[in-house]
Ligand binder design. Structure first.
Ligand code: SME
Length: 159
């Protein structure tokens, strides 16, 4: 299957899986699992959530990861600070990239803005180079919008 076919096939699942009757933690956890189990190219997928001007590790699938990232640092911190999606074809060429897993070679990070504040970011990594492109950006931004619209994300407290 192409990536577009995979995204189209999981789109209805995202809609039905994300349920405001379940907790934000439950929803975010299942959302990362859904992406992880459908894309072989993903080595790590998860959320970093804003707390006291830092990004703190949230629900994820994959190897152990760094727990805190400063705004402006790494791909996640840069995406959060600039409020823009960043696609990195080769992480070794990204100044200040934070290597939680030395095997990671490319990534995409999407900011999630709630009430005009950066609530957090969605981060996807891959062991392959140039794994992510505009297709991922379009669908993942749509999924993040669904999360932000259906869930009360601000109620999720990172301790
Ligand atoms: N790659 C990220 C760090 C988080 S880990 O990849 C899970 C970055 O440079 O922001």
């Amino acid at each position: 299957m192409t990536d577009v076919e995979i995204y189209k096939s999981i789109e209805p699942q995202v809609e039905s899986l994300i349920d405001s009757n379940d907790s934000v933690l439950t929803n975010l956890s299942n959302f990362t699992a859904l992406l992880n189990q459908n894309f072989e190219k993903i080595s790590w997928v998860g959320f970093y959530i804003t707390k006291n001007d830092k990004l703190v590790l949230g629900p994820f699938q994959g190897k152990v990861a760094c727990t805190k990232i400063e705004f402006g640092k790494g791909v996640c911190g840069t995406s959060a600070e600039n409020r823009e999606t960043i696609i990195v074809e080769d992480v070794h060429k990204f100044p200040g990239h934070i290597a939680c897993d030395a095997g990671s070679n490319s990534e995409i990070v999407l900011p999630i803005v709630v009430d005009d504040k950066v609530w957090g970011v969605l981060d996807l990594d891959s062991y392959e180079f140039s794994s992510f492109n505009e297709t991922d950006k379009i669908y993942l931004e749509k999924f993040c919008e669904t999360l932000a619209n259906k869930l009360n994300l601000s109620e999720f407290k990172v301790i």
